[in-house]
Design a protein around this ligand. Sequence first.
Ligand SMILES: [Zn+2]
Length: 267
Amino acid sequence: MRVAVLGALALLLSPAVQAVEGGGPMAVSPAVIGSAAAGCIAGAVALPPEGTGYQVLRLSRKRNFGHPDTVHVVESLARTAAAEGLGLLLVGDMSQPRGGPMPFGHGSHQSGIDVDIWFRLPEQGLAEPEREAPQPVSMVAGERVTAAWTPAQLRLLELAARAPEVDRIFVNPAIKREVCRSGGADRQWLAKLRPWWGHDEHFHVRLSCPPGSEACEAQRPVPDGDGCGFELASWFAKGPVAIPTAKPHHQTKPLPLACLQLLKHRP
Ligand SMILES: [Zn+2]
């Protein structure tokens, strides 16, 4: 691990990298450094603002960057969703051009392997100005899903969870419980759905450490089984599942040294 971080640092300090100007993505081979909650990314690529089956929201935030695998997962999910007639994917935040902590909105999304995708599946893309200030649609009321939840959302989650690059997906506990109820006989993909606060109007996809990213810190593997038993029940034992509004995030975990170097020169 230590050797890997030093290796990444050496890469960042090479003359070719120093020649890169401004705060854009680094023109080097992609490397995820650190974790989603304390990390950054070299060699990120941009998800184009729109493509087959999807539209990126709030482009002014410049958070449509990620590891090429993340871009691939979104594009391929969107293509399949379009082919199956599920509706258009609205893509929320990914990461900043070099990752790192965001000034508002998330504690994670720092290392180019996270992407928020809305449950709302419109038939066509949002026009300005709504695209810049879109209206989320919650799928949850109290402890249950609402009438907004349809087989299209269920299928979309299944497609995302079955992508081999995807490590886990955060959803509201009420959504996980509904998927447990209606998810069918093949339960393996359910393990990747992790109950978490909020996540009632979007789901949050996190990839595993991509191959070749030696300085990427892997998360603990998701527990065995479909996750529909005791762990899920414990969320409801706490009372109605809270859907908090976004609160300011303060970076608590220190960033890897390689990230401090990488992020130093961004605007
Ligand atoms: Zn997210």
